[in-house]
Design a protein around this ligand. Structure first.
Ligand SMILES: O=C(O)CCC(=O)C(=O)O
Length: 409
């Protein structure tokens, strides 16, 4: 680009917001180049090598970005004083853009539309459009979980807002994800991840905790050695979300597991050895609702209730127990996220979970930028003409699976 043309562009860019600039820069790029661009920008920002003439430091730009932050701030409330007395409990039955591998060229929009309607497009995780539609229809969804507890003297379903989506990731995809996690763990052990990304308990004992790997933001479970309180540490950097995790996020939004207005931008990987656990807690409000957790390697139980008892290290008791099937996604929202606590007692064998959460816009790390790959995800919609039928056997097996699962609740 000639310097004259470059200067003109810079002048024009001064009037744009940060995410508009990112959108322009990433148009026409494949997913890989998009990710490279994002990483370059993040690295440049992190190293403080910003060119003063760049519009990122422009006053208008900052204002637009701040505007975005404030209009998207959704204060969450919790606050209700709980004098909960568990009177009864009740059991009741109770990825991205359309193939982001599709090149997107601004000057060839009609060609892009053509591609968009092409049935042979390959979706993330290598699915064709038809395969994706079939898999989407196979997802099991439990949304009416119920546990009545007395809160401030009134009966309340403390599980309202909880949802269990099964068969979201199949065994082949689970294997890919687990391999990726184990590789990340190896890197963490070798000091190849940013300092606060990887952490493991100091010594082994039952109920000691678990290995955690965090991406997108540094989260403090408790006050750290620098005096930072629990929550997101805004001036600390951890590694960005790995590309495979972004594909998982895209799938969850496309398959209507997560809403498109609450796309996670951070996650914590929990690696539980046999006997590891997570004690009773409510997730910090530096993260908005809903958030979710995906299960791998071995099935375990999660407990819910306003009053979960710690009996001994890794041994907890509570009024509601739910098994977490492999490849399932548990959505925590409403009372299920904010009134009931949850915990995972000592697991019977090695298990991995990934908890995906969206940061509250006012709590993001200071150098945080929106990831363009996570900003244009559209939920899958099936028009009757595009609905591939499950064959008779599959339909029967889906009905059987659901009626079998019902016995858990
Ligand atoms: O491992 C799980 O399924 C639950 C994880 C969890 O509660 C958390 O990360 O806050």
């Amino acid at each position: 680009m000639s310097s004259e043309l470059g200067g003109g562009c810079m002048e024009l860019m001064k009037n744009l917001g940060r995410d508009e600039i990112l959108e322009i820069l990433s148009q026409g790029l494949c997913e890989h180049c998009d990710a490279t661009l994002l990483t370059r920008i993040q690295e440049t920002l992190a190293q403080g090598r910003r060119d003063e003439n760049m519009s990122f430091s422009n006053k208008n730009t900052t204002t637009k970005y701040e505007e975005f932050q404030s209009t998207h701030a959704k204060p969450t409330s919790q606050g209700s004083k709980k004098t909960s007395e568990s009177v009864s409990w009740k059991r009741q039955d109770g990825l991205g853009s359309n193939s982001s591998t599709t090149p997107y060229n601004n000057t060839k929009r009609s060609a892009f539309r053509q591609l968009e309607s092409d049935k042979t497009i390959v979706i993330d995780f290598g699915l064709s459009e038809d395969e994706e539609l079939i898999r989407f229809q196979r997802v099991g969804r439990k949304k009416d979980l119920c546990l009545i507890e007395r809160i401030n003297g009134k009966p309340k379903n403390v599980l309202q807002g909880l949802e269990l989506h099964t068969q979201v990731f199949n065994s082949e995809e689970q294997k890919k994800i687990v391999d990726c996690v184990l590789e990340l763990q190896r890197k963490g052990q070798n000091g190849q991840l940013r300092e606060r990304t990887y952490s493991e308990p100091r010594k082994w004992m039952r109920g000691k905790g678990r290995v955690t790997i965090q991406f997108g933001c540094c989260y403090n479970y408790a006050m750290d050695k620098n005096g930072n309180p629990p929550g997101i540490v805004r001036d600390e950097k951890v590694d960005p979300l790995p590309p495979l995790f972004k594909k998982m996020i895209k799938r969850m939004v496309r398959w209507q597991v997560l809403p498109p207005d609450c796309v996670p931008d951070s996650c914590i990987v929990n690696i539980y050895d046999e006997g590891d656990c997570i004690p009773p807690h409510i997730d910090h409000h530096d993260f908005v609702r809903p958030f979710c957790t995906v299960s791998f390697l071995s099935e375990c139980n999660i407990l819910f209730g306003t009053n979960l008892k710690i009996i001994s290290p890794g041994e907890f008791a509570g009024p509601f127990t739910m098994p977490l099937p492999l490849g399932s996604v548990l959505i925590l929202n409403g009372n299920g996220a904010d009134v009931a606590k949850h915990c995972v007692p000592a697991v019977p064998s090695r298990r991995i979970s990934i908890t995906f959460r969206k940061m509250h816009p006012n709590k993001t790390p200071y150098m945080h930028i929106l990831d363009p790959q996570l900003s244009r995800i559209k939920p899958l919609e099936i028009s009757p003409s595009r609905k591939p039928q499950l064959d008779e056997d599959e339909q029967k097996s889906k009905t059987h699976r659901l009626s079998k699962k019902r016995s858990y609740f």
